[in-house]
Write a protein that binds this ligand. Sequence first.
Ligand SMILES: C[S@@+](CC[C@H](N)C(=O)[O-])C[C@H]1O[C@@H](n2cnc3c(N)ncnc32)[C@H](O)[C@@H]1O
Length: 257
Amino acid sequence: MSFNVGADAYDRFMGRYSKLLAPQLCDLAGVEAGQVVLDVGCGPGALTGELVNRLGPAAVSAVDPSESFVAAAQERHPRISVQRASAELLPFADQSFDAALAQLVVHFMADPVVGLSEMARVTRRDGVVAACVWDHAGGQGPLSVFWRAAHELDPDMEDESQLAGTREGHLPQLFREAGLLEIEDSVLTAGVEHPSFDEWWEPFTLGVGPAGVYTAGLDATRQAQLRERCREMQPSAPFLVTARAWAARGLIQPASQ
Ligand SMILES: C[S@@+](CC[C@H](N)C(=O)[O-])C[C@H]1O[C@@H](n2cnc3c(N)ncnc32)[C@H](O)[C@@H]1O
């Protein structure tokens, strides 16, 4: 899945939820002052910002395959290192970081086990790899009403529920396959109040991620049908969307082994 969209569109669509996960993922990973940390799949910088606040810019590096997101993250955080790269081939030497984090990225990796193994490779012995992915399979992600409505209108369409890490227990399984140790899994939550239905809906038309690409591929009539079915399914405004993400952290092999 490529993200060739502007940072503002991302912020309005997904950043409004993902920024709420960042402190929770950092806490799960035990990110604290003095560490040097990598943000994998940084997007425009929701998690990056939290890392900079905790560690200072000199201690934060970030990568993302999207050119527009690399540019946005670098503009927002001019004093950190941001490079264009994928998780599966990280441009860093072995054991460069105390921790490597990926927020809402594992399900987009071409090969999640290779991506997590690369994150482990660039993390020092005793260091931490941590990641989170929305609960798309359990219908508790921030886009679940949208995907339910889309399925009703088009039962054959593909949503995000089959993607890696989106079902309960799959993220820790991927961590195990990547060779991580002492794996702990957890649940993160993000609650966003939407003042109106249109404020919730309009970002789906900006072409961001699988839901945005799906919406952009509909003709005007079908897009209007989808919008109106979503309107029926959402509570009357203002309404709260509470989303759940599966999270996991694992340790790299201890230095003594
Ligand atoms: C939902 S966004 C998450 C962005 C950011 N981490 C956040 O929490 O807002 C998914 C990001 O993963 C990136 N991505 C997709 N495939 C990737 C891969 N193989 N390796 C690293 N990042 C990838 C996309 O470019 C995009 O920025």
